[in-house]
Design a protein around this ligand. Structure first.
Ligand SMILES: Cc1ncc(COP(=O)(O)O)c(C=O)c1O
Length: 381
């Protein structure tokens, strides 16, 4: 692919973390055809990629350097790169929305940048500076903005990724890293669309354990989850309900945090170190606590075991269950099944998950007031 233009713009100097450097922009000469922006049919999730990507290198001696936006394409990675051997890999998931007036808005970009920095600390990778992360993202979105789909249920999914790139086989943190951002227009995350999902309780594999990587978005957590997810899918379940390493405490669901609505209480597992602190989880807690959506119920972040859930469901106290996440938004759970339990919670989305979804989407799409300051217009990024 031939590059047609080559511009330069300055990144700001901040706290001496990075030196002033040029962001090179090489635009693609052959733009792709846009897919049909339908939430279900053609768009799906994570199969289309935009024309460009952002890329930046880190080395101990130079810090972050060689920031570039260029045509979407392969990375050049040494076969000895640490990510390929010791799994130094971390990513984020964010979304941009196109509102009715054509403007583009992001949901809590600062939250995701901060979470990536915490993840980088855990994986001993260099933290991408705010300039590299946010300004790289802003410029990339400006260039590829025709890819932000306009229909409710669609959005532009943003995947910032950080990997150890140093070619060195001794076991120690990489001294060189790549940070890149790719974009993908998406529709519904689940094949079911916006219908209820069925969840399989995993009683053998463990995704993450205390002291491990569960609280950060490390690629390794997802590698650990694939076998059970694949078996669950073969059994007809969309995702796995993960338990702690003793197979007692409920942790999270596939790529979502999980909430249970009982008669008197709404419970989500507390952030115990092995659960990802989700941005949507945090937003849902704020909505439940501050805008009456809990309908008078107590809102708890606490340990909840699969045994308690099963017993309270048997007593008829479980009204709703739902997952929360950037990709799946609010996803009502219809059925929970495992080796030791099997129950239907509901055949339709309940009032709490329905009102949360409507409120969150209203805030994201601009039909409801954003009292929490979560939305950021592209030009103010
Ligand atoms: C394991 C896991 N838990 C929870 C979440 C939800 O996090 P967020 O709301 O930030 O998307 C995700 C998705 O990113 C995830 O992969």
């Amino acid at each position: 692919m031939r590059e047609t233009s080559d511009q330069a713009c300055q990144l700001r100097l901040r706290d001496g973390v990075i030196k002033v450097q040029d962001l090179r922009i090489k635009k693609s000469s052959s733009l792709k055809d846009l897919p049909f922006f339908d939430p279900k049919a053609e768009l799906g999730f994570g199969t289309h990629f935009t024309d460009h990507m952002f890329f930046c290198r880190y080395s101990e001696s130079k810090g972050w350097h060689d920031a570039e936006i260029g045509p979407y394409g392969s990375l050049q990675l040494d076969p000895a790169a640490s990510v390929l051997h010791y799994g130094q890999s971390l990513f984020e998931g964010m979304k941009a929305f196109r509102r009715g007036d054509g403007s583009i808005w992001l949901f809590r970009p600062q939250f995701n940048w901060e979470r990536m920095c915490k993840g980088a600390q855990r994986l001993t990778l260099p933290e991408p500076s705010q300039e590299v992360y946010i300004e790289g993202l802003k410029k990339l979105l400006e260039i590829d903005q025709r890819w932000v789909p306009p229909l409710l249920g669609t959005s532009l999914y943003i995947r910032p990724t950080l990997i150890g790139s140093e070619a060195f086989l001794g076991l120690r943190p990489a001294k060189e890293a790549f940070f890149f951002i790719i974009l993908s227009p998406v529709g519904f995350y689940y094949a079911e669309g916006n219908k209820l999902v069925k969840i399989w309780v995993e009683a053998k594999d463990v995704r993450a354990s205390e002291g491990g990587l569960g609280s950060v978005k490390a690629g390794a957590n997802y590698a650990a989850s694939l076998r059970a997810s694949m078996i669950a899918k073969k059994r007809g379940y969309s995702q796995v309900l993960w338990l702690d390493s003793k197979h007692e405490g409920i942790e999270e669901v596939g790529t979502m945090n999980v909430f249970f609505v009982f008669d008197d209480e709404i419970v989500t597992p507390n952030l115990n170190g092995s659960i990802l602190p989700g941005g949507v989880r945090d937003s849902v807690l704020q909505l439940l606590r501050n805008s009456g959506l809990a309908q008078g119920r107590m809102v708890s972040e606490r340990r909840i075991t699969i045994q308690e859930l099963t017993e309270r469901q048997a007593k008829g106290e479980l009204r709703e269950a739902f997952g929360t996440g950037t990709a799946a938004v609010i996803s009502p759970i219809g059925e929970i099944c495992g080796e030791h339990q099997s129950f239907v919670i509901s055949h339709e989305s309940g009032p709490v998950s329905t009102s949360l979804l409507e409120t969150l989407q209203g805030i994201q799409w601009g039909s409801l007031k954003d009292d929490f300051g979560w939305m950021c217009p592209l030009e103010e990024l």
